[in-house]
Design a protein. Structure first.
Length: 395
């Protein structure tokens, strides 16, 4: 993605063609070998660092949304060795992206609008601030070295550039969300889970469901329907795989029902989300995942209609590897005819309850991976509509 962006973007390509040493890491632009004056009036070379903002076409935004830059190197100075306080906002060491160490934060607004017309103008302006002082000592000092750096392989699973992680400073946290996950059941809750999972850095998202996509499914699924994909009553997994391929390259459809004879396929997954409404299916899946030592979250919603008013709950139950079966059985309902199964097996499905159930499940997964802080380690969480509260249970 990085090399492709530089080749497609006219402003980045212009910088490269003029000889700037460009490197891209997760949409963070590094401009290396920028000459500057040190405090002792000797010359050095440092690196300008900037998080790129992109437009709807995946190119650098014009005008630029931010006017600041970071710098890696010693304190840049004017010709006489006095620090460039005119552009140095602070000199606090920080990390940009996942591993880029910076030492200074620059702020220099252009006159007029206060925004740079494009990334080319921004880089050239900051290079001029530092380089002009260096060239007063050595007229050959220039960041346009003509050196071409080898682009690092981009391991991003996304089909579009991830401009959010670096922008919000969560690159390291996001990299905790990795590996291969599976979602069993692409009804309302499973579809919302896919929507959320597709925005994470997991390498693969395997989706399992053998049902066709029907019109009523679209009213409890995320987003507006893609009618061209839905018109021929495709399998749910095929529809959603095609839809989310626009966001994530690792969505893998499996148009099959998960049963005892294929549960061992899940041995290669790092985490599983179970979104089924039949107790006997839940038992088969839970028994298999516990035996395989695969962590999972089981979800369930139950709604009842009384005097045209809905009431009910949404549940997310986390089962860690090594959990004794007796404990699993205390949290999950496996009967198809008992009272609890009737609650969770009701036909009423509402988008906001499905989406809330998916949020509860994916946040529990993220807490398991320490993306979010987790000091309570709850096993079972239940949201009750009446009272608008969530109760948590431990072991």
């Amino acid at each position: 993605m990085s090399a492709d962006l530089i080749s497609r973007d006219p402003h980045l390509k212009r910088l490269l063609d003029e000889g700037f040493e460009l490197e891209m890491r997760e949409l963070v632009l590094l401009v290396h070998s920028v000459p500057y004056v040190k405090r002792d009036m000797s010359l050095g070379r440092g690196t300008l660092v900037c998080i790129l903002s992109l437009d709807s076409e995946g190119l650098t935004s014009t005008p630029q949304t931010g006017h600041t830059m970071w710098f890696t190197g010693e304190t840049p100075c004017h010709r006489d060795g006095t620090p460039m306080t005119n552009i140095i906002h602070n000199s606090n060491e920080a990390t940009v992206g996942s591993d880029i160490k910076v030492h200074h934060y620059f702020s220099s607004k252009p006159e007029g609008t206060g925004r740079y017309a494009n990334i080319y103008d921004k880089v050239v302006t900051y290079e001029s601030h530092l380089g002009a002082a260096a060239r007063s000592h050595d007229k050959t000092a220039n960041a346009r070295t003509g050196v071409t750096l080898a682009s690092a392989e981009d391991d991003s699973p996304f089909a579009i550039p991830d401009s959010a992680s670096a922008r919000y400073g969560i690159v390291i946290a996001n990299r905790k969300l990795k590996g291969r996950i599976a979602i069993i059941g692409l009804g309302g809750t499973g579809a919302y889970l896919l929507d959320l999972a597709a925005k994470t850095r997991v390498a693969e998202i395997h989706i399992y469901d053998d049902d066709q996509l029907l019109n009523h499914n679209l009213f409890r699924s995320p987003g507006a329907p893609e009618l061209a994909l839905a018109k021929n009553f495709p399998r749910k997994v095929d529809y959603y795989a095609a839809l989310y391929a626009r966001m994530h390259k690792g969505v893998k459809p499996h148009a099959t029902r998960v049963k005892a004879d294929n549960i061992d396929e899940f041995a290669g997954y790092d985490f599983v989300f179970v979104c089924v409404d039949k107790g006997s299916s839940r038992r088969v899946i839970a028994e298999g995942l516990v035996r395989l030592g695969i962590p999972f979250v089981d979800t369930g919603i139950g709604l009842g209609l009384d005097d045209n008013t809905l009431d009910g709950c949404a549940r997310a139950t986390f089962i860690a590897p090594g959990t004794p079966w007796a404990e699993v059985a205390t949290h999950l309902s496996f009967g198809d005819d008992d009272e609890e199964a009737d609650v969770y097996g009701t036909e009423i499905q509402i988008a906001e309850l499905n989406s809330l159930n998916a949020i509860m499940a994916i946040m529990r997964w993220k807490r398991w991976l320490t993306f979010y802080r987790d000091e309570r380690n709850e096993k079972n969480a239940t949201y009750m509509i009446e009272g608008n509260n969530i109760t948590n249970r431990g072991a």
